[in-house]
Design a protein around this ligand. Structure first.
Ligand code: 4NP
Length: 165
């Protein structure tokens, strides 16, 4: 079975995308797909390269027993557009930045992450960096919903590929 690679992208890679990486990895592992779906996160900006996730992001995911403390921020690099199958932007600005960096034939890999949310009331994960803890729990809820939708979609895709073979 071929591996599916998912990259979550925000601006700093210290709040939203590390939370998405942690939450989605938890769901993937619980579904027994840890070997089949590879997950990473990155930022469009370079300010926080090498830093662990923001303490508020760590605390919020920890409330759901998800430990993201070992992650280190990195910036999106050109190879990511080759290496990953799904490149999921947290907001429109990240989406536009990714599109502007990608070769034309990779642009179909780039999507807004909340497209996978079943509610779809909100289309962007708002930047929580300048806000309080409430912003982070709101972000976690949005991420949790879209992560579940994404997992459902990938499970369907994987089921299809086993039936084909
Ligand atoms: P993130 O949040 O994109 O969710 O990681 C931010 C983190 C840092 C900054 C902006 C957003 N910053 O301007 O340093």
């Amino acid at each position: 079975m071929s591996v599916i690679r998912v990259l979550f992208v925000c601006l700093g890679n210290i709040c939203r995308s590390p939370m998405a990486e942690g939450v989605f990895r938890d769901k993937v592992n619980k579904a027994g797909l840890g070997e089949t779906i590879e997950i990473d996160s990155a930022g469009t900006g370079a300010w926080h390269i090498g830093s662990p996730p923001d303490k508020r992001a760590q605390m919020t995911t920890q409330l759901n027993d998800i430990d993201i403390s070992q992650q280190k921020a990195r910036q999106v690099v050109k190879e990511d557009f080759e290496d990953f199958d799904y490149i999921l932007a947290m907001d429109y600005t990240n989406y536009e930045t990714l599109l502007s960096k990608a070769d034309h034939h990779h642009s179909n890999k780039i999507q807004l992450f909340l497209n996978y949310s079943s509610g779809k009331k909100t289309i962007e994960v708002p930047d929580p960096y300048y806000g309080g803890d409430n912003n982070f729990s709101h972000v976690l809820n949005l991420i949790d919903s879209a992560s579940q939708g994404l997992l459902n979609e990938l499970q369907l895709r994987l089921k299809g590929s086993t039936e084909d073979s």
